[in-house]
Structures are given as structure tokens and as C-alpha cells.
Design a binder for this molecule. Structure first.
Ligand code: HEC
Ligand code: HEC
Length: 347
């Protein structure tokens, strides 16, 4: 929690001594009413895998989830929040870091993926090692190079906090901090983050037009990329090897979970939405620019037993096709999502 929030809470407490009969304004339910949250499946999208079954989305639950997401007390030394590695301005990836950085500046072995449209994922992490959004946060919390903390400590740290008492009560009926309530609130916060208002989406709704270059880029995307990066989520959520070389990190990808040789070096196909904000790219952030991604597909494909057959000969594009494809990819950036204050810390 930031100092300014501490100070604000103190002032409210002091004010409370003199205005004991008035309702307590320190809980920001007023703000939540002004900017209420809802979850709507965008037109033409498939049904989500997670639809807040058994975890009804409410303003109080969502805003509690937001506060938890940005709380440094989830880490051993109170230095790192979920939001440290999932930054709003980077579409909730970690800007400029190839590999994620956690407590004590320790470096992980994968790139922080962006967080949006999570309710459509059927599994989480680059290797699909987590299969439910409500159980996902336990991994970064306990990971020694991420937050290196445990739930009993976190519950102890949060339980005395006056603002949390009010927020847990508003969301869950009483003040008790439990791990289940923490996870459900975080799932409400992350699950409500839907990015579906890029220029491409406006075009699909008939509210915008694409330039001839972007239209041509869309054709190229349909021919060369859509089989894996399938619209409207721009991923088919499968695990594939797109021809990256194996580095010293020796990441076996999906095979880490399944132990199957045919899954070696396969990683979850990432979305192509919001690429403007999420560089660097790939599971270890090894590629810094989209031009270099296209170079990889053109002449960087590493042949191996598990390479996806579609990429055997690479994807060659001439200069015009490359620039049209990049122009199309640019229509998938959703500025209104990145700027949505409901998802930002301490709005
Ligand atoms: C130290 C940086 C770091 C911190 C702190 C962190 N994460 Fe992550 N997050 C990552 C990395 C790296 C991955 C990918 C892990 C992998 O593939 O093995 C990830 C993956 C995820 C995913 C899955 C995304 C996908 O596309 O599959 C979600 C959701 C997520 N994190 C939410 C959270 C939440 C909630 C917290 C706080 C409790 C948190 N993260 C804390 C780095 C971090
Ligand atoms: C055979 C399936 C397949 C095809 C075809 C394919 N990709 Fe990929 N793409 C992947 C996989 C798998 C990854 C993740 C690889 C990794 O990190 O190990 C990926 C990663 C990416 C990334 C990095 C995204 C991020 O967030 O890190 C971009 C950008 C990308 N692809 C663009 C394209 C474009 C553009 C095309 C068409 C010219 C294309 N891909 C064709 C499977 C595919």
C-alpha cells in the first residue's frame, strides 16, 4: 500500500473521531459505484471457459481484487506485488524485461505474459501448468524468485488492516481474510479485464474502416498466422513449437507438465492483441521487436522433432507484405483497455 493511501486512511480515522454519526467514507465503494464493473462477452466471441460461476462478479469483489493485486505485502520483503510484473501500461505484462524480476531483484526463467481476456484461457502459464484462474496466484506467491511468501503470513499481514476489514465485509459478508476470498477476489479483478475495443474490433462491429494496407495485412494474417493465432482471441490456446532455438535456460515447455517427448519446446500460443505494449516477445522475451519476429518466421526457424509442421519452410514475405502485416497487427492494439482506470492502482 502506498504512503498516500496510509495518510488518507489516517485522516479519515481522525475525521471519524469528530463525525462519528456520519457514514464512514474511507471505503471507496462510492468510487466503485461511479465506475461499476461488468462482464460482457463481446459480440461474435466464443463462450468463455470461466464465467464467474460460483464467484459472482461484484463491484466490491472486483475492487478488493484490485487492491490485493497491487499490494506489496504479498511478497516476503513487502517489495513486490502482482502489479510489479503485470503493469497496466504494458497491458499487464512486464515492460522491458525479457525474464521477469521478483523479490531481491531475482530473475525468473520466463517472460511475464500480459493479462487480458483471461476468462477464455483453458490453462495458464506458458506451459499450461495451472488450469484454474482461482488457483493461479498461489504459484507466484510461493515461487522463491517471484514473491517468496506464504498464505498464513499474508493473511496475518492483511488481517489488521482497517480498510481491508471494510472491503472484505463488503465483498464477502464479514471481515475475515481467507485465502479462498483472496483468490476469488483476484479472479474477479483479472477476469473482468476484457480487451475487445481495438480498431480491429471496431471494424468488425462496423464502426471503423481499415486502410487498404491493413486490409491486405489482414489477408496475409489469415493465410499465414490465423491457424495458430486464431481470431477473435488471436490464439487457439494450443501448445506448439514455433522454431525457437533451445537456450541455456533449457526450457522444455509443455513437456515440463506432461513429461511427453512430443511436447518438448512447445509453448502456449500467445495472443497477438496489444503487442504494441507487451514487448519483448516469446516465452523468454528473446525477441525485442515485431520486425525481428517476422525475421524469425522468415529465416530463423530451428528444425527439430517437435517443430510445428506448418512452419517447416518458414514464412517468407516481401517488403510490402511485411509492412502491411505490421500495419494490420497495429489495429489489434486496444488503447482504451490499457487506459481503463478501473484496472489501475489507486485510481
Ligand atoms: C516476479 C514477477 C511476477 C509476479 C510478482 C507475479 N507474476 Fe504472474 N506471471 C509471471 C510470469 C513469469 C508468468 C509466466 C509463468 C510461466 O509461464 O511459467 C506469469 C503468469 C501469470 C498468469 C497467467 C497468464 C497466462 O497467459 O497464462 C496470471 C493470470 C498471473 N501471472 C497473475 C499473477 C497474479 C495474480 C500475481 C500476484 C499474486 C502474479 N501474477 C505475480 C510473473 C509474475
Ligand atoms: C504453427 C503455429 C504458429 C504460426 C503459424 C504462427 N505463430 Fe506466432 N507463435 C506461435 C507460438 C507457439 C508462439 C510462442 C512461442 C514461444 O514463446 O516459445 C508464437 C509467438 C508469436 C509472437 C510473440 C507474442 C508474445 O506475446 O510474445 C508473435 C508476435 C507472433 N507469434 C506473431 C506471428 C505472426 C505475425 C505469424 C504469421 C506471420 C505467426 N506468429 C505465425 C505459433 C505460431
Amino acid at each position: 500500500m502506498s504512503k498516500s493511501v496510509h495518510t488518507a486512511a489516517m485522516m479519515v480515522l481522525i475525521a471519524g473521531l469528530f463525525t462519528a454519526c456520519k457514514p464512514d467514507p474511507s471505503f471507496d465503494i462510492k468510487a466503485t459505484k461511479e465506475e461499476s464493473i461488468s462482464f460482457v462477452v463481446p459480440q461474435g466471441w466464443p463462450a468463455p471457459a470461466y464465467n464467474f460461476e460460483n464467484n459472482t462478479l461484484t463491484n466490491a469483489g472486483f475492487y478488493l481484487g484490485r487492491k490485493l493485486f497491487y499490494d506489496n505485502r504479498f511478497s516476503r520483503d513487502n517489495s513486490t506485488s502482482c502489479g510489479s510484473c503485470h503493469q497496466a501500461f504494458a497491458a499487464f505484462a512486464q515492460a522491458d524485461h525479457d525474464l521477469s524480476h521478483g523479490v531481491d531483484g531475482l530473475v525468473g526463467n520466463r517472460n511475464s505474459p500480459p493479462i487480458f481476456n483471461m476468462n477464455w484461457h483453458t490453462s495458464y502459464f506458458w506451459d499450461g501448468g495451472v488450469n484454474h484462474i482461482e488457483s493461479q496466484p498461489i504459484n507466484p506467491i510461493q515461487n522463491p524468485v517471484e514473491m517468496d511468501e506464504n498464505l498464513p503470513n499474508i493473511i496475518a499481514k492483511l488481517s489488521g488492516d482497517e480498510q481491508y476489514k471494510k472491503m472484505f465485509k463488503a465483498a464477502w459478508g464479514d471481515e475475515t481474510v481467507t485465502s479462498q476470498r483472496i483468490f476469488k477476489s483476484m479472479a474477479q479483478f483479472m477476469g473482468a479485464m476484457v480487451s475487445a475495443n481495438a480498431r480491429y474490433d471496431q471494424y468488425k462491429r462496423g464502426d471503423a474502416v481499415l486502410t487498404p494496407e491493413e486490409e491486405n495485412g489482414l489477408d496475409i494474417y489469415n493465410g499465414k498466422c490465423a491457424s495458430c493465432h486464431t481470431a477473435p482471441l488471436f490464439t487457439d490456446f494450443s501448445y506448439r513449437n514455433n522454431g525457437l532455438t533451445v537456450t541455456a535456460l533449457n526450457d522444455s515447455g509443455r513437456a515440463r507438465i506432461t513429461h511427453a517427448p512430443q511436447d518438448m519446446q512447445k509453448f502456449k500460443v500467445p495472443s497477438l492483441r496489444n503487442l504494441k505494449y507487451t514487448a519483448p516477445y516469446m516465452h523468454d522475451g528473446r525477441i525485442k521487436t515485431l520486425e525481428k519476429v517476422l525475421d524469425h518466421y522468415a529465416n530463423g526457424i530451428h528444425q527439430s522433432a517437435t517443430l510445428d509442421p506448418q512452419l517447416q519452410n518458414g514464412i517468407q514475405l516481401n517488403q510490402q507484405q511485411r509492412s502491411d502485416l505490421l500495419a494490420f497487427l497495429n489495429t489489434l492494439n486496444d488503447e482504451s483497455f490499457v487506459k481503463d482506470k478501473r484496472f489501475h492502482e489507486n485510481q
